[in-house]
Write a protein that binds this ligand. Structure first.
Ligand code: 13P
Ligand code: SF4
Length: 367
């Protein structure tokens, strides 16, 4: 067997965990939580399944989870229930001796994979040839630690969907134009919200290595990396049209990873926290169609029997990578910690952390 296969095997949950009854898994997870107390911390992103969220010590959107990780100095182990970039962020924001594990290493984010360093170096070389030193990079936290390090090295900051407006406003006080990685939709929606017209935004195509823009390039204020979330791109203007035709009283609320057209046709848009808070505050009897990941939409529906809530797209499925973390993986991950053999340890290399942390710290200090 090759070393790679052996390593992979060690990082994978044995199949036997899948056979365990829920009650048995629950008992064993609660036993470890009790045994470790504050030495074990389980943050859970809002998109996680209920079977995982029931064990979370903190839930939140990306910004809140970054903040709670930074503030926690008691936990020796952090079992991060979310996706890879979130666990990397938690690792960089915690002390060196705090161990962050991701219960399933296959829980990535397809959007974060849409910008790699080779592409980014190429883009930066070409863009600085055209624009000189007039560009500041900003990266959505849904990006690899390397991209955050690139951003930090070049004076920029990370952003989340909660603070994007704040950070873009700050960035425009630093430089004439912004390179926004890797989500073109969050970049476009936020810049538009700040009053930047669409005709002053260009798109960088990392595959073709081309700047897509009609007009005088010196007019460009924002360069949007051509990346997207395949979950949120599934919400369409037609979904909104048919919901509004059925009942104009239905409020449409979407995540800003949706396309610009969808955000423009919606009544509200914002982060997962914003969506939850808005529905919490809504009048009993009010009607809502939500455009975001399905585990969260279903949880909101269950928590508000007094409101009429549905998914904006009736054929929506959950974010498949977020969904990889389930009760068997959480149990296995905690039992590996308990055996003294933590698996799925996320450790960002020192030289990357050094620069990435400045992008994250800039974000947290501006937020
Ligand atoms: P939030 O920061 O709004 O929770 O979004 C994270 C995410 O991945 C949305 O797809
Ligand atoms: Fe990534 Fe989209 Fe899943 Fe969010 S919903 S984690 S952006 S793939």
């Amino acid at each position: 067997m090759s070393i790679l296969n052996m390593m992979n095997k060690k990082m994978m949950m044995p199949d036997s965990y899948k056979e365990l009854p829920d009650e048995e898994m629950k008992k064993r997870i609660l036993h470890i939580k009790k045994k470790y107390g504050e030495k074990l911390f389980i943050p859970g992103h809002h998109y996680q399944k209920d079977e995982v969220i029931q064990f979370a010590d903190a839930t939140g959107d990306s910004l809140q989870l970054a903040q709670v990780a930074q503030q926690n100095n008691k936990a020796e182990y952090i079992a991060f229930c979310g996706v890879h970039f979130m666990a990397e962020t938690a690792d960089m924001l915690t002390e060196n001796d705090q161990v962050v594990v991701l219960p399933d290493m296959r829980a990535g984010c397809s959007m974060a994979d849409m910008a790699n360093m080779q592409q980014t170096n190429k883009a930066w070389e070409k863009l600085t040839d055209i624009f000189g030193e007039t560009i500041i990079p900003l990266t959505y936290v849904n990006s690899t630690a390397e991209i955050k390090a690139f951003t930090g090295r070049n004076g920029g900051a990370a952003v989340t969907s909660s603070n994007a407006k704040h950070i873009l406003r700050w960035a425009l006080t630093q430089k004439k134009r912004i390179l926004f990685l890797p989500d073109q939709h969050l970049g476009r929606n936020t810049a538009y919200d700040l009053g930047i017209p669409l005709n002053r935004m260009a798109v960088w195509d990392p595959i073709e290595e081309k700047l897509l823009y009609d007009g005088d390039v010196q007019e460009i204020k924002v360069i949007l990396w051509r990346g997207h979330c395949s979950v949120h791109e599934k919400f369409t203007v037609n979904n909104i049209k048919s919901i509004k035709e059925r009942d104009p009283a239905i409020n449409v609320i979407v995540h800003p990873e949706c396309t610009h057209e969808v955000v423009m046709q919606s009544d509200f848009s914002g982060s997962t926290k914003y969506i939850i808070d808005t529905i919490n505050k809504a009048e009993p009897g009010s009607k809502w169609a939500i455009g975001t990941e399905m585990n969260l939409v279903q949880r909101i529906i269950n928590e508000h029997p007094d409101k009429q809530i549905e998914s904006l797209n009736p054929d929506m499925c959950p974010c498949l990578t977020m969904n990889r973390i389930d009760m068997p993986h959480l149990l296995w991950s905690l039992e590996q910690i308990d055996k003294g053999e933590p698996a799925g340890v996320i450790k960002v290399e020192e030289y990357i952390t050094k620069d990435a942390i400045s992008a994250l710290n800039r974000m947290l200090s501006i937020s």
